[in-house]
Design a protein around this ligand. Structure first.
Ligand SMILES: NC(=O)c1ccc[n+]([C@@H]2O[C@H](COP(=O)([O-])OP(=O)(O)OC[C@H]3O[C@@H](n4cnc5c(N)ncnc54)[C@H](O)[C@@H]3O)[C@@H](O)[C@H]2O)c1
Length: 438
């Protein structure tokens, strides 16, 4: 990307968004407004601003913007030579990706994958809109600096902010990672309330300012119920557009089956994670396949499947924390990429992927009106359909009932955040830690 230096005299400056105009005007203390023009070729508004020296009242001193206001960051505010844009004519329309918790560990892996084109491909420019908390604002600036220094050709805009109503504007994707970790001694109900409030607020913000077709992936825990809270607070966005990330659990389950069967993990397919992203989740070995064969035909040790395999997947996150000293970040970022790609590329014939989705009219008899991980297929258009041809046995039904009961109890705990009355918190006894916890 060629970047032309901004000169505040007689220059024609091409900005990338209307918000940049106000920043430019402020920097130059312009007395007259600049003019707009739209380039139909790119279908994107650009602003031409003729600046005569006598219009400049003060030196181009950079004024401090209020921290809550997202704006272009650093090099992403600079202008660039339109001639150099010839190269980018074949590029697609810019995609706006909002990421919350952008100064956190998962985002630190994810943002660079997004910017490198790993999700949307080498001809798809993107804008990153980074949401942080007040405490993490400085760290957010650090993240933006690293993005600047990476010189990603596809990364056309970066903005940072702490107000979700500002950051989520026109978002095509919202990757909601930011959440409070559970502190020592904090009950799961406490975590549900604290984080639930974050997701209620972010749901409202998405409802108000995001694209009507925004795809939302909730990562922050407890992600299923946070996704439910979020969608309930965004009535103008289809509930089907909200996902809770269970792709990491799917990937972990595939890995364990491959290990036991002694095959490379690309041989494992049709892996469903049913239910909650907690230790009640059900990795489904009944419907999964290894080399196109039912798992039970390849792995004859059915006791291992029922006990060890299931528990290994459910508790993988906790074991990882014990070894690593922190929660999985890199593999979570990889699984977010997988989850996004699963929605924008056609699912291979006969296969499916897992995602926590709204149980509205599901064919499995699962309680309606919760976010439950289920098997999905996509045509690659951002949408999905539930897979119908799955089988159940008593073991699977029993396990599914347990994770369903947990999600229904979580839902009752957050009734005050979903507009469904007074919360009554009667979570099943025994702490079903989140997979990312000890
Ligand atoms: N679904 C999954 O598979 C999965 C896997 C791993 C982790 N997680 C969850 O993802 C979340 C983030 O994990 P991490 O390792 O990146 O944590 P982290 O603590 O490194 O980062 C979280 C970031 O979010 C920010 N934040 C807090 N509240 C915010 C808010 N209201 N708006 C915007 N930002 C906010 C924090 O300041 C912090 O920078 C946790 O809730 C974790 O449990 C989910």
């Amino acid at each position: 990307m060629a970047v032309a230096e901004f000169k505040p005299s007689n220059s024609i400056t091409h900005l990338r968004s209307s918000s940049q105009l106000s920043i430019l005007s402020k920097r130059l203390s312009l007395t007259k407004p600049c003019s707009f023009r739209t380039l139909s070729r790119t279908q994107k508004a650009r602003i031409s601003c003729s600046v005569a020296p006598n219009e400049v009242q003060a030196p181009a001193v950079q004024t401090q913007e209020p921290k809550s206001k997202p704006e272009c960051y650093g090099v992403f505010c600079l202008t660039y030579d339109l001639k150099a844009e010839a190269e980018t004519r074949s590029w697609k329309k810019l995609i706006n990706i909002a990421v919350s918790g952008a100064a956190g560990m998962i985002a630190n892996h994810l943002l660079f994958k997004l910017a490198s084109g790993e999700v949307f491909g080498p001809d798809q420019p993107i804008a990153l809109k980074l949401l942080g908390s007040e405490r993490s604002f400085q760290a957010l600036e650090g993240v933006a600096m690293e993005l600047e220094d990476s010189l990603f050709p596809l990364l056309r805009e970066v903005s940072i902010g702490i107000d979700s109503y500002e950051v989520f504007q026109e978002a095509d994707w919202a990757l909601l990672i930011g959440a409070k970790p559970r502190g020592p001694g904090m009950e799961r109900a406490g975590l549900l309330d604290i984080n639930g409030q974050i997701f209620a607020e972010q749901g409202k913000a998405l409802n108000a300012v995001a694209s009507r077709n925004v795809k939302v992936i909730v990562v922050g825990n407890p992600c299923n119920t946070n996704a439910l809270i979020c969608l309930k607070n965004a009535p103008n966005i289809p509930a089907k557009n909200f996902h809770a990330l269970t792709r990491l659990d799917e990937n972990r389950a595939k890995c364990q089956l491959a290990l036991k069967a002694g095959v490379f993990y690309d041989k494992v397919s049709n892996m469903t994670i049913w239910g909650n992203h907690s230790t009640t989740q059900v990795p489904d070995f009944l419907n999964a396949r290894i080399d196109s064969l039912p798992v039970k035909e390849v792995i004859k040790d059915h006791k291992w499947l029922e006990n060890e395999f299931t528990e290994k997947v459910q508790k993988r996150g906790g074991v990882l924390i014990q070894k690593w000293g922190r929660s999985s970040a890199a593999s979570t970022a990889v699984s977010i990429v997988d989850a996004m790609r699963a929605l924008i590329t056609p699912t291979p014939e006969g296969d499916w992927f897992s995602s926590g989705v709204y149980t509205n009219g599901n064919p499995y008899g699962i309680a309606e009106d919760i976010v439950f991980s289920m098997p999905c297929r996509s045509k690659g258009d951002g949408d999905y359909e539930l897979v119908k041809d799955v089988i159940f046995d008593d073991y699977l039904r029993q396990r599914m009932a347990k994770t369903e009961a947990e999600l229904l109890a979580e839902k009752r705990c957050v009734a005050h955040l979903t507009g469904e009355g007074v919360a009554v918190c009667d979570l099943p006894s025994g702490d079903t830690m989140l997979p990312g916890e000890m």
